[in-house]
Design a protein around this ligand. Structure first.
Ligand code: PEP
Length: 258
């Protein structure tokens, strides 16, 4: 993580209503405060459902909490006749710092292709937030031994038209699909190999200055039992945590390991 500030991001997916969300945020803040957690060493971000973001914002502002938050998805358009969609401007006005883009569950259950994901990245950047771009191979690509090329190719397909300044603002989450929600975590070496390959791909596209600064997270069955060895890897700059982020003590333990 040389020179890059690590990030622990908790993706709550479709869990917690606004009362549970605010209770969780308060409890995490207290737990980390009691542990004298220093947010200057590691950023902590939570990704509630759209319906809870406003409640989290009110709490974070009222208590001046250092925990950041963001959204799990965003519309590619800014306003208009798009029933049910939420725009990047709406999220940025709620104090969101980040938006998860291209999560494998969105790619699977919704018609999100690379073109759509590119537009989401652009919308998030235009609204002065940070996109967390999710990539990662399925079990089939891993079986064929093409997982590194696959993940690097996914990043390239989404970023090919960005300029250096835009690319420098990205966060990439390497999330092998076979590891998401399965309890099967990538080995630290495999996570490092993928993160390194993604960084080298970014260096080839945008130069070393950009690629050295981009944070690359690992995601897929991260818990406090495996976070320590994963974060020791030089190109792994933090985590996107799903299941374990629903347990406040577990989330606090992971933050403290980073
Ligand atoms: C995720 O959904 O981004 C994720 C990594 O989930 P889990 O930690 O549950 O595997």
């Amino acid at each position: 993580t040389t020179g890059r500030k690590p990030l622990v991001a908790g993706n709550w997916k479709m869990n917690f209503d606004h009362l549970e969300a605010t209770y969780f945020v308060q409890k995490l803040a207290w737990t980390l405060r009691d542990a004298r957690f220093d947010y200057r060493d590691c950023e902590v971000a939570l990704f509630p459902s759209f319906t809870s973001i406003r409640s989290v914002q009110v709490l974070v502002e009222a208590d001046d909490l250092k925990i950041r938050y963001g959204a799990q998805n965003v519309s590619v358009t800014n306003q208009g006749a798009f029933t049910g969609d939420i725009s990047a401007d709406m999220l940025s006005r709620l104090g969101c710092s980040y938006v998860i883009v291209g999560h494998s569950e969105r790619r699977k259950y919704h018609p999100e292709d690379d073109a759509n994901i590119v537009d989401q990245v652009r919308a998030v950047l235009a609204a002065d937030m940070t996109p967390i771009l999710c990539v990662g191979e399925s079990f089939e690509e891993r079986r064929q031994g093409i997982e590194l090329d696959f993940a690097v190719g996914q990043v390239r397909d989404v970023t090919r038209d960005l300029n250096e300044a835009e690319a420098a603002r990205l966060i990439v989450a390497y999330e092998p699909v076979w590891a998401i929600g399965t309890g099967m975590v990538a080995t630290a070496e495999a996570a490092q190999d993928a993160a390194q390959a993604i960084r080298e791909g970014l260096a080839a596209q945008f130069g070393a200055k950009v690629s050295d600064g981009v944070r690359i997270l690992y995601g897929g069955s991260v818990t406090s039992r495996n976070a320590g060895e994963l974060i020791a890897m030089s190109d792994v700059d933090g985590f996107l945590v799903g299941g374990a982020s629903l347990d406040v003590d577990e989330m606090a333990r992971i933050c403290r390991l980073v």
